[in-house]
Design a protein. Structure first.
Lengths: 56, 344
């Protein structure tokens, strides 16, 4: 099982077996986008997300 | 099945309680009292209960013994007849403020009068399962919770439990509240022309529910500021505090995640996508959920913690039914699983 820790919220994340390097996954706890940077060991980094200004 | 009755069922809290109890699989509602509506069908006061029950309001003097007695009268009444209530039922849940505070002098300070039954204060368990679950499973007498106090207590709970706060700094909690919080009795300020469209800070300091937050959090330097907003149901507490040096956002995640894992009605809302990224009372109407959110300025240590609830549910009747489930050994979520409406 491929697992790692979310760099944003420290939740344990389980990756699907067919996950590939550079794939974008979503943390199920905090919802950030994460880019898979390595599979052995599994490492991820925060991926840029579109920010909304809500009309401010 | 357990028999239950409600004393004072014509208010908003009593009506919400009745709605929940009529749909509860473990109880039968035996009697509902109201001095001002004796003989009327309950649906004539609570129109959402039409075709749900043929119960009529009765006089309190006709009450029969039951397994569980709910008290939903205006504040200040239950303490004058608590002995008579205990003769009617082995288990009592009071939604009002009469038995929330443990100390008679604290009650006198915040409510401006002596308590009529101070010997009963310590017999009651404060009725917020998220803080007193183990005690509630053994309790015979349970107090209600203040709706604003509940929003404030739950906003602070993960931070306090994980000991993340710098308690040398004050805690300021701004609470926005809907109009149903002030009850079914009208007053000049609740007249539609005066209440509609308001954002009105009606209590900068000294709101009575502050006493419950100080008591339950064990922290003295807490201020609640109350602002009425143009909602019918809902309360949103926004707490500002200081965390200890070195605390990071991951530490907060750990604390809030633990709160959500330990409590079936606590959810963490801190979304990166979509419209509902923070807790909002709007989607909680009719539900027993409390949605918690947070943010932290890691440079200054300023933490903002939010809690959204339906004031009549998690802040009153919902918590009361949750307490009943615990007191009776039933599954904690029984009768409280409504997920809410979206859109609403």
């Amino acid at each position: 099982m491929l697992t790692t820790i979310c760099p944003e919220c420290a939740a344990e994340i389980t990756l699907e077996e067919q996950t590939e390097i550079s794939e974008i996954i979503v943390c199920s706890d905090c919802g950030v986008d994460l880019e898979v940077t390595s599979l052995d060991p599994v490492t991820v980094q925060l991926a840029p997300m579109e920010q909304e200004d809500w009309g401010e | 099945m357990a028999n239950v009755s409600i004393i004072g069922g014509s208010g908003y809290g009593g009506g919400e309680l009745l709605r929940l109890l009529l749909g509860h699989t473990q109880v039968i509602v035996q009697q509902v009292t109201s001095r001002s509506h004796v003989g009327e069908y309950v649906y004539q006061v609570h129109p959402n209960l039409r075709k749900q029950t043929q119960l009529k309001f009765c006089d309190p003097s006709t009450l029969q013994p039951v397994d569980i007695l709910f008290l939903a009268q205006p504040h200040g009444q239950a303490q004058h007849h608590i002995e008579a209530c205990t003769a009617l039922a082995p288990k009592i849940i009071d939604l009002a403020a009469d038995f929330r505070l443990r100390d008679a002098s604290t009650y006198e300070k915040w409510y401006g009068q002596n308590h009529a039954a101070p010997e009963w204060l310590r017999k009651f368990v404060y009725g917020l399962p998220e803080l007193h679950r183990a005690e509630l499973t053994k309790a015979d007498y349970v107090s209600g919770v203040g709706c604003n106090a509940t929003a404030a207590n739950l906003a602070l709970m993960p931070l306090v439990k994980a000991e993340l706060l710098d308690l040398s700094q004050p805690i300021l909690i701004e609470i926005k509240v809907g109009s149903s919080e002030s009850g079914a009795e009208g007053n000049p300020g609740s007249h539609h022309a005066e209440r509609a469209n308001v954002i009105r800070t009606f209590s900068a300091f000294g709101h009575r529910h502050t006493a419950e937050v100080v008591q339950e959090m064990g922290i003295k330097d807490i201020t609640l500021t109350m602002t009425a907003v143009d909602l019918v149901r809902g309360a949103l507490a926004t707490a500002h505090a200081q965390v200890k040096q070195g605390i990071k956002i991951k530490d907060l995640w750990k604390a809030y995640r633990a709160a959500a894992n330990e409590n079936p009605f606590i959810r963490v809302v801190r979304e990166q996508r979509g419209i509902y990224r923070v807790p909002e009372p709007k989607i909680l109407a009719g539900t027993n959920y409390a949605d918690l959110g947070f943010d932290l300025d890691e440079t200054s240590g300023h933490v903002v913690s939010m809690c959204a609830i339906d004031n009549l549910m998690k802040g009153a009747a919902g918590s009361a039914v949750q307490c009943m489930n615990l007191m009776m050994g039933w599954e904690e979520k029984t009768g409280l699983e409504f997920a809410g409406l979206h859109p609403n």
